[in-house]
Design a binder for this molecule. Structure first.
Ligand code: PRP
Length: 208
């Protein structure tokens, strides 16, 4: 009997684009894009079951085996280091993790740099590789406001078009790492459903 593959999709535009690729690769489930509040969809003929979850939760579902596969940003993988296999770079959701600050900001190395971010692990690792002492301020969103209000000197955040930075008088000071969406797999699911998963990865790889 064909084993169903469970796939956690990030709710939103990235998830819809990723589903578009999976559909092209032979894993359709048209009901998924209908305007309803359902969160679980399956297509037994294609052997696939999809879940819509919050983007930052995808890796949690996959790591704990609630989902075999998931689509997840490299930012989340770097920040939380979940125990999952990273199978494919989907070449979408491209952006970069950056240090940004006010245009007029001059870094005074004699004192600790105040860094506001959602990505504390990435920021800590980045500055420790430069042996720079920092004070981390963990925020949950609208990070760009922090330097404007004097809460921090700089921010570490995702930059896609750069529009949010520009409109708030900030600019990129350093690029830490490029980011894109990845297909990730649960480690034991990869063993037990290896054949089905390898087939999906190979078909998906052809349409990326
Ligand atoms: C992200 C990021 C920036 C913005 C960058 O925010 O934190 O604020 O997108 O995009 P841009 O370079 O195209 O302007 P998100 O929408 O994820 O919301 P957040 O405020 O919760 O981080």
């Amino acid at each position: 009997m064909k084993q169903m593959i469970n796939i956690a999709l990030p709710k939103g535009r990235l998830g819809e684009k990723a589903y578009g690729l999976l559909e092209k690769a032979g894993y359709p489930c048209p009901e998924l894009l209908e305007d309803n509040r359902k969160l679980v969809f399956e297509n037994p003929e294609a052997g696939v079951r999809y879940f819509w979850v919050k983007p930052s939760d995808v890796a949690i579902y996959v790591e704990r085996g609630a989902s075999d596969l998931g689509i997840c940003g490299k930012d989340i993988l770097l920040e939380y280091g979940p125990e999952v296999y990273e199978l494919l770079d989907l070449q979408m959701g491209k952006c970069r993790m950056c240090v940004a600050g006010p245009k007029e900001f001059i870094d005074d190395h004699s004192r600790r740099l105040r860094v506001a971010t959602k990505f504390t692990t990435i920021a800590r690792r980045h500055y420790s590789s430069q042996s720079r002492e920092i004070e981390l301020i963990h925020l949950n969103g609208s990070i760009e406001i922090a330097p404007l209000l004097g809460l921090s000197d700089v921010i570490v955040d995702i930059v896609e078009t750069g529009k949010t930075l520009r409109e708030n008088g900030l600019e990129v000071m350093e690029t830490i790492v490029p980011i894109s969406a990845r297909l990730v797999a649960n480690k034991s699911g990869f063993k037990f459903k290896g054949e089905e998963i390898r087939r999906l990865v190979s078909e998906l790889g052809k349409v990326v």
